[in-house]
Design a binder for this molecule. Structure first.
Ligand SMILES: O=C(O)CCC(=O)C(=O)O
Length: 279
């Protein structure tokens, strides 16, 4: 198992991210990139997800509702080549070091084309949930970004505020929400195909303004700590968690709200890509 150095632990805690240069082999990067290009060019049958409450324009397998950008969601459903990044040995030791027991949640690609403007600053994890106790770093949500194309200045790179996972004040959203690199403290994360950035989701991040013409693509593989994925620690009871619509329809609005994740599941539907699991 790869040993995480003292400097890397220090830097991850100080900055909220680490960059692993040349982490993924070029052959795999090329295969992943080809799969993104192929899936961006294809029409996807989205009917399997119809009727799930949060499924709207932003949450399709292929999301084109933002100008000059294509986002693909749920990558292993789209092509088995994407499986190869799951638990990739170049970064798995870091997930274990900073999360203890990581579990993969969403996977998505983002390709930006000429004219894509800066995206909104956000963090997926409240800052108080990033902790260091007795020398142990814990980020219950940790995202891994793999660069498939050059991410050079002006390509619409990831834009982050180093150290913001420990910030005590918020910037005014109206004024700075989509200010990209003009946001106080923001820097652009640049690199080459095969470079990986891993960051605590408590870190404030966004996309910088794109001024170049070429396509820029990254893959995001997001992870949560096992305790956030409760069926993992309560596996002996997990089968009892979900209640079908026939039971939930008798619930009050407050009861339905408290169990609304149950509406987001696909209990008896076919999911595209699943047939490949028997290959
Ligand atoms: O690549 C970008 O524009 C940033 C993407 C981002 O913030 C995200 O996927 O959460």
């Amino acid at each position: 198992m790869h040993e995480i150095s003292e400097e890397q632990r220090f830097l991850f805690d100080l900055q909220g991210y680490l960059i692993l240069r040349g982490a993924i082999d070029r052959d795999l990067i090329d295969a992943l990139d080809a799969a993104v290009v192929e899936n961006e060019a294809k029409e996807h049958d989205e009917s399997w997800a119809a009727g799930i409450p949060v499924v709207n324009g932003q949450h399709f397998s292929k999301d084109t509702n933002v100008d000059n950008q294509i986002r693909l969601n749920g990558l292993p459903r789209l092509d088995p080549v994407f499986d190869q990044l799951i638990a990739h040995p170049s970064y798995l030791p870091y997930l274990k070091e900073f999360m203890a027991e990581p579990q993969l949640v969403n996977t998505w690609s983002i390709s930006k084309y000429a004219g894509r403007t800066a995206t909104g600053s956000h963090n997926g994890l409240p800052t108080e949930e990033y902790t260091v106790r007795d020398g142990v770093i814990r980020s219950p949500m940790l995202n891994v970004v793999t660069m498939l194309t050059p991410n050079h200045p002006g390509d619409g790179c990831f834009c982050i505020i180093p150290g913001s996972h420990k910030k005590n004040l918020n910037l005014d959203r109206e004024r700075w929400g989509t200010a990209g690199l003009d946001t106080p403290g923001a820097i652009e994360v640049t690199g080459e195909p095969g470079d990986v950035m891993l960051f605590t989701e408590a870190l404030t991040h966004a996309g910088a303004n794109k001024t170049s013409k070429r396509r820029r693509t990254t893959l995001q593989y997001n992870h949560v700590q096992r305790n956030r994925a409760s069926p993992m620690w309560d596996h002996h009871n997990a089968r009892h968690y979900w209640m079908p619509p026939s039971i939930r329809e008798r619930f009050t609005p407050a009861q339905r709200d408290l169990t609304r994740w149950m509406s987001y599941t696909l209990p008896d539907r076919d999911v595209p890509g699943a047939e490949r699991s028997n290959d």
